[in-house]
Design a protein around this ligand. Sequence first.
Ligand SMILES: [Zn+2]
Length: 253
Amino acid sequence: MPDFSTPAIMLRSIDHGDYDLIIKFLTLKQGKVTVIAKYAKKSKKRFSGILELFSVLELVYKTGRGKGLYLLKEASLKEPFMKIRGDIKKTAYASYWTEIINQWLEEGTRQESIYYLFRHVLQALDSGRIPEEALSILFQIRFMKISGFSPNLSLCSTCGIEIDSMEGNSILFDLAKGGIVCKGCASYPSGRLYLSRGTIKQLEWVGSGDIKKAERIRFTSPAIKESLVFLEAFVPYHLGREPRSLSFLRKIR
Ligand SMILES: [Zn+2]
């Protein structure tokens, strides 16, 4: 089998016996892949000590060994993102995004836009140019959009009337329906969240168009709070379970 080379972001590493590591990467060319790094646990020198979470690496691996487990041959460091791993809050956010990606994506399916989105938010998190909370909003809303689960924030999910024809400033969001619901259609009390019109507008902005323009949006602090509560319920609802890293994130925030 030929060697395969691709940029990749490290998602997860598990010890395998006394010598090896089994590592999950989000690669640019093959989506999520699992590789075995022989002797990487025993000797840091084997891969120059660069196999660290969230780092962007250039990998060379041998494909076709068993089903979906590739043999890592070489790794070189492209972006270390040291400031993320040196900061507990940044690490908590990066871990949450990583867990969403790891849980959501199928092994071996190329997902270029998710790779670029993830690399973009990690770069911004490392540089500190945007507050962590705003980045997490940007990541979650865009991730859901790329995955085809964009929340419906413009029409009532039941009767289809437009948000502008709805009453009040607080709009009901129904998790099971994946969208907003007008007062007339709101009938049962479970899975309900409220979003103000201002927050909805900001969410729509940040979820669409050029990412560099979107990241310049300055959220008001009530909008940040409301958006995080909303997205951290909406994403796990579609994921089918609550990411473990989310409870840690809530604790330290
Ligand atoms: Zn309605």
